[in-house]
Design a protein around this ligand. Structure first.
Ligand SMILES: [Mg+2]
Length: 360
């Protein structure tokens, strides 16, 4: 082993259910709090790498903690070389496949590997990757809204300087989507970007019908109109759509993006660090997006995504849906509608008092 390369000492995972400032209502229900798994990787340099992942549902928390620690046991003593480790984990889980909890665990570990490397170098991750932190244009990500009942919250987003707002569709009929989009567009005025997310809830024919109805409201994108694995369906919706299609938060690892791009499934892409294979996976997809001239945005994980968008040639929008504020000592700060990456590493510091309070 090369002595100049740091090594992994131990891997620890903890589950919390963290309160969030604004419940997220979508086409399938409401997310009231954030089930998170916090990962700590101790190294032989006395530095600990950190990351967190989002379990979507509390039922995933215990299995994720077990998986991460089981995989971690085999990593003890290994060199902290994310590209090599990703290759090894790919080989290890090739027959099982890594969609689902295994892929989430692997991605979370990868983020913590890179965080540790950044901390050991005493640099923000973006600088370790050869980039520089810059203010990334961010949008405020809402669940389903009502233009009247949620007017105050939406105005507060504008006061914070957000130049983009995303809302959910598909929790009612097409007339309701149009009523909401029309009302929110009137509230925002013509110069603020507005996106709508259907969270995979439509079939292609219904998606086309609804999108046609939303055409007059200058939407920046329509997100996940149909089930994420239906790449042909996405391509059908995209063909002739008056509004660009956005997708990618549920495509797994770089291979998933290669298939989606080949299928012409989407105008824009938005990988999720927890499903794309962490930092290592993101870097691969950023190259694919650049080569195919596809604008690339982020999904959740604003802290880490701010680093990654700063080194993404086709960087588009950063999503702000703050799931971790309650358990971080240094939650994200939106300045004039932008977020700037902070270090060292990914810049995550646990608020241990809060972690203890929300621990499962
Ligand atoms: Mg979405």
């Amino acid at each position: 082993m090369n002595k100049t390369i740091p090594a992994i000492r131990s891997v620890n995972a903890r589950a919390v259910v963290a309160p969030i400032a604004r419940p997220v209502r979508n086409a399938f229900g409401v997310i009231e709090a954030a089930p998170l798994v916090l990962i700590d990787i101790a190294t032989d340099q006395g530095v600990t790498g950190r990351s967190y992942i989002f379990g979507y549902s509390r039922v995933t928390l215990k299995p994720l903690v077990l998986l991460i620690e089981e995989i971690g046991r085999d990593l003890e003593g290994k060199s902290l070389t994310p590209f090599e480790l990703m290759k090894a984990m790919d080989a290890r889980f090739r027959l099982l496949g890594w969609q689902g909890l295994v892929g989430m665990a692997v991605s979370g570990l990868d983020m913590a590997f890179w965080d540790a490397l950044g901390r050991i170098a005493g640099k923000p991750l973006v600088e370790l990757l050869g980039g520089a932190a810059r203010p990334m244009r961010a949008y405020d990500s809402y669940g389903a809204v009502d233009p009247v009942a949620d007017e105050r919250a939406l105005r507060r987003s504008l006061d914070q300087g957000f130049r983009g707002i995303k809302i959910k569709g598909g929790d009612g009929d097409a007339a309701n989507d149009e009523r909401v989009v029309k009302g929110v567009r009137a509230l925002l005025g013509p110069d603020v970007a507005l996106m709508i997310d259907f969270n995979q809830s439509l079939d292609p024919a219904e998606a086309k019908r609804r999108i046609a109805r939303l055409a007059p409201y200058d939407l920046t994108w329509v997100e996940e109109p149909v089930p994420q694995e239906n790449l042909i369906g996405h391509a059908r919706v995209r063909e002739g759509s008056p509004i660009p299609i956005q997708a990618g938060e549920n495509w797994w690892f770089p291979r998933g993006f290669a298939e989606a791009i080949a299928a012409r499934a989407s105008d824009f892409i938005m990988p999720d660090l927890m499903k794309v294979g962490g930092i290592t996976g993101w870097l691969n997809v950023a190259g694919q997006a650049d080569a195919a001239s596809i604008p690339m945005s982020s999904h959740l994980f604003a802290e880490a995504s701010a680093h990654m968008l700063s080194v993404t040639p086709t960087a588009h929008w950063l999503e702000v849906l703050d799931l971790a504020a309650a358990i971080l000592a240094n939650p994200i700060q939106i300045v004039d509608g932008t977020l700037t990456a902070r270090g060292p590493g990914l810049g995550l510091e646990w608020n241990e008092t809060a972690v203890a309070k929300y621990l499962i």
